[in-house]
Design a protein around this ligand. Structure first.
Ligand SMILES: [Zn+2]
Ligand SMILES: [Zn+2]
Length: 152
């Protein structure tokens, strides 16, 4: 089970769908992250970070982010690592339009367990509407809604 955040603009007709989460398809390990999700550059960055370290915990998912400057929504693969002997590492992401650092939107129950999602759907729609995000194409306020999708 996964969900899609859909953004549809009445003003210009532009529509976008963000499928967040990676469901149960992948066990969140460093190997899976590197082999299936990161490009060459990101992989070697990560390998440098974990070199000589004991990784205690790895987590990754497709999350929803907003740019506080242009106010568009963007999807990014978020990953974080916990180590035995040093501080946690969190991936950082920049807006593809204005390069500003993106802020993650906290949605209840979406991260890695889609089954929790149903109970919190209304909260999430409220959260998304409070963001007042803008259409990527024309800058007007689009309509946001949530679709549940089945993965098999
Ligand atoms: Zn931006
Ligand atoms: Zn538009």
């Amino acid at each position: 089970m996964g969900i899609v955040i859909s953004v549809d603009c009445d003003s210009c007709g532009y529509g976008q769908g963000f499928d967040v989460d990676v469901g149960d398809l992948f066990i969140p390990t460093v190997d899976n992250l590197i082999e299936n999700f990161l490009n060459k550059r990101k992989s070697s960055e990560l390998l440098k970070i974990i070199e000589g370290e004991m990784v205690k915990e790895c987590d990754f998912y497709y999350g929803l982010f907003i740019c506080d400057k242009c106010e568009t929504l963007q999807r990014r693969l978020h990953y974080s690592l916990k180590f035995m002997a040093r501080d946690e590492f969190h991936s950082e992401h920049n807006c593809s339009k204005c390069r500003r650092k993106l802020r993650e939107i906290e949605l209840n129950g979406i991260k890695l367990d889609g089954t929790e999602f149903f109970g919190t759907e209304l909260n999430n729609i409220e959260t998304l509407n409070r963001l007042n995000c803008r259409c990527r194409s024309c800058g007007m306020r689009p309509l946001i809604y949530i679709d549940n999708i089945l993965w098999d």
